[in-house]
Design a protein around this ligand. Structure first.
Ligand code: GLA
Length: 726
């Protein structure tokens, strides 16, 4: 899996179908050599000779620049003026550093990353870790590059650890990964952008000269950009072409992009954003970057996504709910907003239990003075006017219906009118002399402080221990501003935004370990913090506050570029839809939501008998097919970003069950015939259309396709094929 060829000084990191290679040049510099299809033959020791001669050797001779040399991890100041992998400020005022190769270690498996979420391996997995030691010998800084190779998953993860053995230094930036592609063909940069209620649209742009990329300085991975990029061949599509994916397992500020130089060299980078970031490293101090998950596919975007899906589903998500069937829940938010009491919630639950829904989730507004969004966050005790019998009483009534009870929290926030704020005005993120900006009337608690984190752990633990709560929706509805802390002194203010995220991770780790039977779902104004860091603690995320079935086609499709459908909370809501006013059929709403973690977000008491029957049928279907949606391979067949039709297929691992979902956002009269080509089937097998005696060859479905006519508004098909037994 990981091989070091001593003679050539080249490291080979081989997965099932890919190779990533680095080489030690002249015993001194670590250069990037290759990333792509699995190599059969070894690389030639001197392959890079031209680059090196024209690059950094030329620097020594004639003052050139080394921007063409593919470095594996490059620091500022050595005639390589591209975006650095790391930047330091040393006690002598210098910012120049120079890393030389010192040694390496290959170990079985994959160690955990201290305090950070990361992929992991299990007994029997073919996973090895290579750690390469680089050193700045003058300033006494060690840099350890870690690469974990998931052979069967076809993925490589990276992280960097910086250790100071010299005088106190300031770390100004530290990427999780940089990759120098050389002689690159025309490539495009793909990213997932959006806004509140239209998260993760697929954006693709040519990579032009200079630097281009995406950022977050909001303190969180956010709705505008997801911490993911892919570098794709210009012609790469779902099934063909080279694609290189980079995803950060991190929920805070990030930067990711590509810098192209005039010599066709391309440096891709991903890591923590350096704005307002500065870590003080005393002698002996260290800093660990978040993990970057890198996936190369020679078979287009679809293959890349399936690799991410499987890895995240099985080696990032953890706990009891990773593999078990999750809940079918009903949430009262769009049913009542802030206008509810105990009886109203029980009435919604009663109806829900009749159609087979198993969990009632009480959303925002159950606590203290929270009757609208102006107050209450931070005072986490029941509003007795609404819940006269408290959470215990309500949970008992819900349990008596044979349902679980779940609860909404927004534990990272406080409203200024609350007791929590009055008692601890310095517990918010703020900067001396600056008025703290409010967003949705709230301020952000300072999770860079241990005392704040401990308080939240204790408060939530108290509530979870007292009432029978089996699900938590963990919300976070604003980004950071004036991101300073009263706890940390002036020199450490640049650590606050990152320390906040570390604090959040500690809180989540403690609570999820302490309450292993509670299912946690993360949320942030919908899907604004949909990232791999969160999925490590909470296996599902509320995908978007836009619950319109047509809008959801795009949102879920875009999200699936990286994240599995099993991680997407998806609910059936009322029509006209509250976000866009659109009317879609109940069937379509069910079919679209069912691909994700299925639930409802409306008052079923207001539904017709017909709709209730559809809901009941959908819950049954979901219970039968959920495995295939969530554990099967997903093929995106038709993009809602390119036409009015969205087609996605799910194939069970044994290829015996195939679900094809086809949904139309707009009908066309007298529409042309569409044939949707399926993928991933056994071409020699025959598949029966469930509930009929019609059958189709796997080769027929993949080469001629499923006939579909787009002439009815709300057209929504959920087609089930079963492989015939021989
Ligand atoms: C956010 C969430 C919603 C809902 C509200 C409650 O916007 O995304 O689902 O929980 O908060 O205030």
């Amino acid at each position: 899996m990981i091989k070091f060829d001593k003679e050539s000084g080249i490291f080979y990191l081989n997965t099932k179908s890919t190779t990533y290679a680095m080489g030690v040049w002249n015993g001194e510099k670590l250069l990037h050599r290759y990333w792509g299809k699995r190599l059969v033959n070894p690389l030639n020791k001197t392959d890079l000779g031209d680059y090196v001669a024209r690059g950094f050797e030329a620097v020594d001779l004639q003052g050139g620049n080394s921007d063409i040399v593919p470095f594996e991890y490059s620091t500022f100041g050595n005639a390589d003026m591209r975006i650095p992998s790391a930047e330091f400020r040393f006690s002598d005022g210098s910012r120049v550093s120079n890393l030389t190769y010192k040694g390496y270690e290959i170990t079985d498996g994959k160690p955990a990353l201290e305090g950070l979420p990361a992929t992991y391996c299990e007994e029997g997995d073919k996973v090895e870790t290579l750690t390469i030691h680089l050193e700045d010998t003058y300033q006494n800084v060690d840099v350890f590059l870690s690469y974990s190779v998931f052979e069967d998953f076809d993925a490589i993860t990276r992280s960097t650890k910086i250790v100071n053995r010299g005088e106190r230094l300031l770390l100004d930036s530290a990427m999780s990964a940089t990759v120098d592609f050389y002689g690159s063909p025309d490539r495009e940069l793909l990213h997932l952008d959006g806004a509140w209620m239209r998260e993760r649209s697929i954006v693709r742009q040519p990579i032009v000269a200079g630097n281009q990329g995406i950022n977050s300085r909001y303190g969180c991975s956010n709705m505008f950009h997801n911490p993911f990029i892919a570098l794709c061949d210009k012609n790469a599509d779902e099934t063909t072409g080279d694609v290189y994916g980079f995803n950060l397992v991190y929920s805070g500020n990030f930067t990711a992009g590509a810098e192209k130089n005039p010599f066709n060299g391309l440096r891709a980078y991903i890591g923590i954003n350096s704005t307002n970031f500065q870590f003080v490293l005393e002698n002996g101090g260290s800093f660990r970057t978040p993990e970057a998950v890198m996936v190369y596919s020679s078979k287009g975007l679809g293959e890349m996504s399936r690799i991410y899906h499987k890895l995240y589903r099985t080696r990032l998500c953890r706990g009891k709910f990773r593999d078990t069937e999750r809940f079918v829940l009903i949430n009262n938010w769009e049913a009542t907003y802030f206008d509810f009491n105990e009886d109203k919630i029980v009435a919604i639950a009663e109806k829900a239990s009749k159609v087979g829904i198993d969990t009632m989730v009480l959303d925002d507004g159950w606590f203290s003075s929270r009757i609208d969004d102006t107050n209450g966050l931070g005072d986490w005790y029941e509003n007795r006017d609404r819940l006269p019998n408290g959470l215990e009483g309500l949970a008992k009534r819900i349990n008596a219906l044979g349902m679980r009870f779940g609860l909404w929290f927004e534990p990272e926030m406080v409203n200024p009118g609350t007791e929590l704020y009055k008692n601890h005005p310095d517990w918010i993120l703020h900067t001396k002399g600056r008025k703290p900006s409010q967003a949705r009337n709230q301020l952000t608690l300072d999770y860079s402080r241990d005392d704040v984190c401990d308080y939240i752990i204790d408060t939530l633990s108290g509530i979870l221990s007292r009432a029978n709560i089996e699900y938590i929706k963990w919300d976070m509805n604003r980004c950071m501003s004036e991101p300073g802390s009263a706890f940390w002194d002036g020199e450490h203010q640049g650590e606050v935004m990152h320390r906040y995220i570390l604090g959040l991770y500690r809180v989540l780790e403690t609570l999820t370990q302490r309450f292993p039977n509670v299912l946690f779902e993360s949320c942030s104004s919908g899907g604004s913090r949909f990232d791999a860091g969160m999925l490590y603690y909470m296996p599902q995320t509320w995908t978007s506050d836009d619950s319109d079935a047509v809008e959801r086609l795009k949102i879920q499709y875009g999200t699936s570029v990286v994240y599995p459908f099993s991680s997407m909370g998806a609910h059936v809501s009322a029509v006209p839809n509250h976000q866009v006013g659109r009317i879609t059929s109940f069937d379509m709403r069910c079919n679209v939501a069912m691909a994700g973690q299925f639930g409802f977000e409306l008052d079923l008491n207001k539904c017709t008998e017909e709709e209730l029957k559809t809901a009941e049928r959908a819950v049954k279907t979901y219970r039968e097919l959920g495995e295939v949606f969530h554990k099967g391979d997903c093929y995106r067949l038709k993009s809602p970003f390119e036409s009015d039709i969205c087609a996605i297929e799910f194939v069970s691992e044994d290829k015996n069950t195939v679900i094809l979902t086809v949904n139309c956002s707009k009908a066309m009269p007298n529409s042309p015939d569409e044939y949707i080509l399926l993928d991933g089937l056994d071409e020699t097998a025959v598949y029966t259309l469930d509930g009929t005696d019609k059958s189709f060859g796997g080769d027929y479905l993949m080469n001629i396709g499923w006939h579909f006519v787009n002439d009815r508004e709300n057209q929504s098909e959920l087609i089930l094929f079963k492989k015939q037994k021989l």
